[in-house]
Every structure is written in C-alpha cells, then in structure tokens.
Design a binder for this molecule. Structure first.
Ligand code: SAM
Ligand code: SF4
Length: 474
C-alpha cells in the first residue's frame, strides 16, 4: 500500500525529460573508441548502462565500431540467456477501438476496417487451432473499447487456459491491452496472465499528441504510468515498447531506457521483463505510415537492437513477424530473446485457416507468414533452441526473482534445461521429420554443455518425455 501511494502520489511527474535526453544525445557526438570499449565492457559485465553511455553508442559513426557493438550484443545475449529463443503466437480478439491512432488500421475513423469481436466460443476455436500446431504461449491483443472491457479480458484469458486437447494447451497467456486501473489490473492478474504489455509508441510528447488525436489514448501520462499501476496490482512481469517510425529512433531508444530505469527505481530493481521495438508497417487505408519521415532503415534497425541489448543486458527483447525473415534472423543474432511464429493477425484468422493476409481485418501487414515448424527449424539451424517454456512463471521465477537471476547471468541454469524439455516435447508431438532430426542433434549438443548434475537430471526427465509424460520441468 505504501508503494501504491508513493508512485501515485505524484502521477503527473513526467520522468521523460526531453531536454535532458536531447542534450545527452548531442553531448555524446563522435565518442572516442576507448570510451566505446569501456561501455561495452560494462555491458559484458551485465550492468545496465547509464543514459550518457547509451547516447554515446547511438552516436557511433564508424562502421568498425558498430561491428564491435554487434559482436558484444551477441555475446551479452548468450551470457544472459544462452542459445535459446522463446516462441509465442499473437491472438487478436477484437478490432473495435475508441482511439484514432493515425498509424493503426483499427483506428476509429478507418471506415475500411471490418470490425469484429470474437465470442468466447470463437476464442476457444482460435486457441484449439494454435495448440494443434504446438504453441504454448500467446500474446492476446485487444482494441480499446467498452465491448472489450476488463470482464471480456477476464473471460477470454480464462477461456484460453481452459481450452485443451490431450497434452496440447496454452501454458502462458500474456496480454497487450489498453492501460487499466489498478483494480482492473488486479482482476486480469487473478485470471492468471503472465506478462502485461503496453507500448508508449513514442516518448516524444509533441509527436504523441499528433499521432493520438483523440480517445483515452491521447493521455500520455495515463499510458506512461500503466506499468506502474500493473506492478502495484501485483503483476510483476511488465513489458514496454516503442513504435519505431513515429519519431527519431535514437530518441526512442533513450525513452525506452529511461522507462526501464524508472521502473527499476520504483519497484525494487524490477524493470521491464521485455522490450519491443516494432517498426511501422503499412495498414489498410492508412497513408500516414508511408509518409512518415522517421521510418527506420534496416541498417539503423539493427543498430538500435544492438544498443538496446547492451543498454539493458538482462532484459528480454522481442522481434515479431512484422519483420521479414532475414531481419528477424539478424535481430536474433544481435540478441533478441523472443519471437512469434505462424502469426495471423486477422480477427478469427487461425480457425478460418486463413493463409493470405486480409488488410481490412488487420491492424497492419506482416512481412513473415512462415509456420511454426519452419521457424523452429531455422532457429535450430542457427544453433538456437526454441523454448516453449513457461516453467519460470509457474514456479514463481518472475519479477524480482527472475531479475536477480538474470542480472547474475544465472537464468540459463534453469532455462536451458527447461527449454530443452519443451523443445523435445515439440519435436515428438508436432515437428516435421527434418525439423525433428536437426532439433534432436541440437539437443544432443546442448546437453553436453551442461554441468554433470544438471545433465543427469535432464536426462531422467527426457526419458520420461519419451515414454509419454509431458510438462516436466527442473
Ligand atoms: N490497442 C492496444 C494498444 O494500442 O495498446 C494494442 C495494440 S497492438 C497489438 C500493439 C501494438 O501494435 C501497438 O501498441 C503499436 O505499437 C503496434 N502497431 C499499431 N499500428 C502499427 C503499424 N501500422 N505497424 C506496426 N505496428 C503497429
Ligand atoms: Fe486502437 Fe491500439 Fe490501434 Fe490505437 S493502436 S487505434 S489504441 S488498436
């Protein structure tokens, strides 16, 4: 209660100080090579960077220095998370929305959008279609509308968890929904969500006002404080993000860092569980997106991923099917820890077996429609285990417990064996023959890298999976 009072006592305190951030960016022009090396060394020691240091990285001009940053980003990811990538699918429940975000196909004034909200039976159908492919984790997405209120969130989350078919089930439901009050966050927390995710979109106030002209989302601070309220309601895995392409990418990276620092300061060191950095994509009847002068080129996109990786070494990073396959591969090499697969974002698209995208039912267009098996196979070829693991969350390794493990580079002690267990389940139950072959070879290689005691325990559990048991964890 004391903490609730502390954060809310001064809700208008705006921790995004633009002048300071712009000053830091312009002060750090042309950083010396030695300075960059010192910053990299700090990150490799798994310490969060200070804003001045992040600003220096963002101002690197020299291509060789960027190559050093990329190599260090890959190393940090391996040190904290090991060779694994967590995989999930998005599930869109409703495209009705009160807001008018100029970049979004769901915006209220977009008459071309075909509006629809899934019934609970349809949510169950979508879930069945997803679990049949092997998915175990979802991000469930909603527009902001009275018809998708907290009761609907609560019902849909519970429906997803209750929908099972043999061993197939969703074991972790994360949500991306409009900011709620503390009381409403308590309710979705009680429904058993994993992570609550909401993106500030842009940290630049004037741009924020321009691109969010009306509706509840026009309130910058209500959104900025959403994750404080979620944490105060007991949801200790929260996720931030910015939509890159609305304003200068370097400024947005600074904004994300300040947001992470603020959460760490307010909540005993527990910063965001993940950071997202979607790039602006085309959407039906939304010409604004093509005209934005701030669209991020591939070269800068890779740079921003690497700088974020070094700035918050212990935080998860998500790259999605908005990006084409080659960029997703590059993003994973640069330190992304989570990605989606077989994403369909039309409302009801999984159960209807939609293969093609239908712009008028989507928020934006995707660039990678590959199925789960293909993504898993590619990750295995890259030496990355696909993790469907939800053990950490169900064993209480969330919030400060997770953060402390991550900051000490200890996450992989639990997470590699658990990733292997869920990967083995997937290979037996859902993978194509080529994926199974390459996947099992990867498991064989990875288990040899584990300490003997962990490997022995893992081998016993793997043997039980071979005899039909499921959902085992260390
Ligand atoms: N209605 C919720 C909200 O606004 O917070 C959920 C929206 S949606 C799944 C999640 C994110 O998609 C948004 O926060 C925004 O960053 C992103 N998005 C919206 N329009 C987009 C576009 N045209 N291209 C890429 N991403 C977009
Ligand atoms: Fe609505 Fe979210 Fe789209 Fe804005 S981004 S119009 S709030 S669905």
């Amino acid at each position: 209660m004391a903490r609730e009072m502390k954060a809310l006592a001064n809700p208008e305190r705006d921790f995004i100080d633009e002048d300071r951030m712009q000053g830091q960016l312009s002060k750090q022009r042309d950083p010396e090579p030695q300075k960059i090396r010192d910053i990299i060394a700090k990150s490799l020691a798994l310490q969060r960077l200070d804003p001045d240091q992040t600003a220096a990285l963002l101002n690197i001009d020299d291509e060789d220095q960027w190559q050093e940053v990329f190599a260090a980003a890959a190393k940090v990811k391996d040190r904290v998370y090991g060779p694994r990538v967590v995989t999930f699918a998005p599930l869109y429940c409703s495209n009705l929305c009160l807001n008018d975000c100029v970049y979004c196909g769901f915006r209220k004034s977009n008459r071309a959008e075909k509006r629809r909200k899934l019934s609970l039976a349809e949510v169950a159908d979508e879930t069945r279609a997803l679990i049949a492919t092997g998915h175990r984790r979802l991000i469930v997405v909603y527009g902001e509308h009275p018809s998708s209120d907290v009761a609907y969130l609560d019902d849909t989350i519970r429906t997803i968890y209750q929908t099972r078919d043999g061993h197939d089930e969703i074991r972790r439901v994360n949500i991306n929904a409009a900011p709620l009050s503390i009381a409403d966050f308590r309710r979705v927390g009680a429904a058993g969500i994993g992570t609550y995710q909401v993106f500030q979109e842009t940290y630049h106030h004037q741009t924020y006002r321009q691109v969010h002209p009306s509706g509840p989302k026009a309130d910058y601070l209500w959104r900025l404080y959403a994750l404080h309220r979620a944490q105060e309601a007991g949801i200790d895995d929260v996720a931030i993000g910015a939509l890159f392409g609305l304003y200068d990418w370097r400024f947005e990276v600074m904004g994300l860092l300040y947001h992470a620092i603020e959460l760490e300061n307010q909540f005993g060191g527990v910063g965001p569980h993940t950071i997202s950095f979607p790039r602006l994509e085309p959407a039906a009847n939304t010409p604004w997106n093509e005209r934005s002068p701030y669209r991020v080129r591939d070269r800068d996109f890779k740079r921003l991923i690497a700088v974020l990786r070094l700035s918050v070494p212990y935080t998860g990073m998500i790259i999605t099917a908005r990006e084409p396959a080659a960029i997703r591969r590059a993003g994973i090499e640069l330190g992304c820890t989570q990605t989606d697969a077989s994403a369909r974002i039309g409302i009801g698209a999984y159960a209807e077996r939609e293969q093609e995208q239908e712009a008028a039912r989507q928020q934006f267009l995707l660039n990678d429609s590959r199925g789960l098996d293909e993504v898993v196979c590619e990750l295995a070829e890259m030496g990355q285990l696909t993790s469907f693991c939800t053990a950490g969350y169900r064993c209480g390794r969330t919030g400060s417990t997770f953060m402390n493990l991550a900051k000490q580079g200890q996450v992989h002690r639990f997470c590699i064996p658990n990733a292997i267990l869920t990967f083995q389940e997937y290979l037996l139950d859902h993978a194509s023959a080529p994926t199974r072959k390459i996947g099992e070879r990867l498991i064989h290689r990875q288990r040899k890298r584990l300490p003997t005691s962990v490997r022995r325990r893992l081998d016993r559990l793997l043997a039980r999976i071979q005899t039909g048991e499921r959902d085992l964890r260390v």
